[in-house]
Write a protein that binds this ligand. Structure first.
Ligand SMILES: CC(=O)N[C@H]1[C@@H](OP(=O)(O)OP(=O)(O)OC[C@H]2O[C@@H](n3ccc(=O)[nH]c3=O)[C@H](O)[C@@H]2O)O[C@H](CO)[C@@H](O)[C@@H]1O
Ligand SMILES: C=C(OP(=O)(O)O)C(=O)O
Length: 422
């Protein structure tokens, strides 16, 4: 079993460069099968979710060439068939649900197992299914998988109102609708930067998607999509994770390859706490910051404070002064990191579904468990601050979403290693 071991208590400094966004690339890869020619993705992070998606692409018949160090993946989807994908890697990540949309959009048929991903409480996909049905698909369960079919190959455009703001359902509807007959309108669409990134790739492939990044997306279906070359946007969640530890325990850290506009609500919180920063065109320098103020964080859909950042920022909150809360309105059960941080000596607990903390805290190294991806990131950040040794298990979650975290943290002066141990 792999574990991350951190010898903490040494302040960090230096520079780190942010990789391509996990939540973008995991949709871009399934999107490539809609093309009838080669698609090249640049800025692809070295994370296990990408490896899993490439494996699935290859099972479907795509030819894939990857240069991991250069961050380039070249996908030739011309041999792809809509084979049933009931088990295996499909269940190991969330984003495998995008193959439902792209296979359905291309072949009028898809058989894909239920998605996995982080256990954050219930994560239904009813909105995805409702949207596919509105586009003319029928759904049944077959071989433990969702089987989607339509009459003929092309779906029929529709106006779809999303009952809730959902990143996955918005992207999946785009994937299914780009080749449908007529104009599809998605109302109450999610507005995350990753949605714009997927729309940009689709448009470069020849699609007609307008309005991505607003809550109304219009898609005029086209018959054919071609090849394209696309660079993945920087990962705002990875950036927020490094900015958090830089603010909590840095003596001057520059975070490169950042789009500030994607992080505005997060930066606003750092400013409210009193963190000193210099914001440049595509980098943010965090200066040594002291006497920080406790704040309350409430997660909401973009452009509000991202649910994926509330756990990585928690160790920073623990270093402030005062009391505060974290209220996650997207996933009420995304609180498991609190108990692990308490094992490291933090004054933090969950009350009525809200995380309540009292700062400042003195953290000590401990054996802790990464219960999910961002809980794992929180424990890495806490382990850096804590005195003594922190040993984190279940690191597979962390490696799903953080490109070269050991190397990047080491470059900032952290004593951190990945070990194989029972
Ligand atoms: C691979 C990926 O991009 N994952 C991100 C994506 O997940 P994911 O796309 O799964 O999250 P959604 O935006 O769909 O979920 C938002 C909320 O809507 C609910 N919901 C969603 C779909 C549905 O059919 N029915 C329903 O009730 C969910 O339970 C949740 O409470 O957005 C989340 C919210 O920003 C992030 O935490 C995840 O990192
Ligand atoms: C919850 C996350 O990922 P996923 O939706 O892939 O499980 C995340 O990236 O924080």
């Amino acid at each position: 079993m792999k574990k991350i071991v951190i010898n903490g208590g040494k302040r960090i400094s230096g520079e780190v460069t942010i990789s391509g966004a996990k939540n973008s690339v995991v949709a871009l890869i399934p999107a490539t099968i809609l093309a009838d020619d080669i698609v090249t993705l640049e800025g692809v992070p070295d994370i296990s979710d990408v490896a899993s998606l490439i494996e699935i692409l290859e099972i479907m018949g795509a030819k894939v060439a990857r240069d991991i160090a250069a961050g380039v993946v070249i996908i030739d989807p011309r041999g792809v068939e809509s084979k049933p994908l009931p088990y295996g890697k499909i269940n190991s990540l969330r984003a495998s649900y995008y193959f439902n949309g792209s296979l359905l959009g291309k072949f009028g048929e898809a058989t894909v197992g239920l998605p996995g991903g982080c256990d954050l409480g219930p994560r239904p996909i009813d909105l995805h299914i409702k949207a596919f049905e509105a586009l003319g698909a029928r759904m049944t369960f077959k071989e433990n998988a969702m089987h989607l079919t339509t009459d003929g190959v092309r779906l029929k455009a529709a106006t779809i109102f999303m009952d809730m703001v959902s990143v996955g359902a918005t992207i999946n509807t785009m994937l299914a609708a780009v080749k449908a007959e007529g104009r599809t309108i998605i109302e109450n669409a999610a507005r995350e930067p990753e949605i714009i990134d997927v729309a940009t790739l689709l448009n470069n492939m020849g699609a007609k998607v307008r309005g991505a990044g607003t809550d109304v997306i219009r898609i005029d279906g086209v018959e054919k999509l071609g090849g394209a070359r696309h660079t993945v946007i920087p990962d705002r969640i990875e950036a927020g994770t490094y900015l958090s530890i830089a603010a909590a325990f840095g003596d001057g850290v520059i975070v490169n390859n950042v789009i500030y506009e994607h992080l505005e609500s997060f930066i606003a919180k750092l400013e409210e706490m009193g963190v000193k920063m210099i914001i440049r065109d595509d980098s943010i320098e965090v200066l040594k910051s002291e006497n920080l103020k406790a704040v309350t964080i409430k997660t909401v859909p973009y452009p509000g404070f991202a649910t994926d950042l509330q756990q990585p920022i928690t160790p920073l909150l623990l270093m402030t002064n005062g009391r505060g809360k974290i209220i996650d309105t997207i996933y009420e059960k995304r609180v498991n990191h609190a108990a692990e941080l308490a094992r490291m000596g933090a004054d933090i607990l969950v009350s009525n579904g809200e995380v309540v903390y009292h700062a400042p805290n003195v953290l000590s190294g401990a054996e802790v468990v990464a219960t999910d991806l961002r809980a794992g990131a929180a424990l890495v950040n806490a382990g850096i601050i804590a005195s003594g040794e922190t040993k984190i298990s279940n690191v597979e979650f962390i490696l799903r979403g953080y490109d070269n975290i050991i190397e990047k943290m080491t470059a900032l002066g952290v004593d951190i290693k990945l070990v194989d141990e029972n």
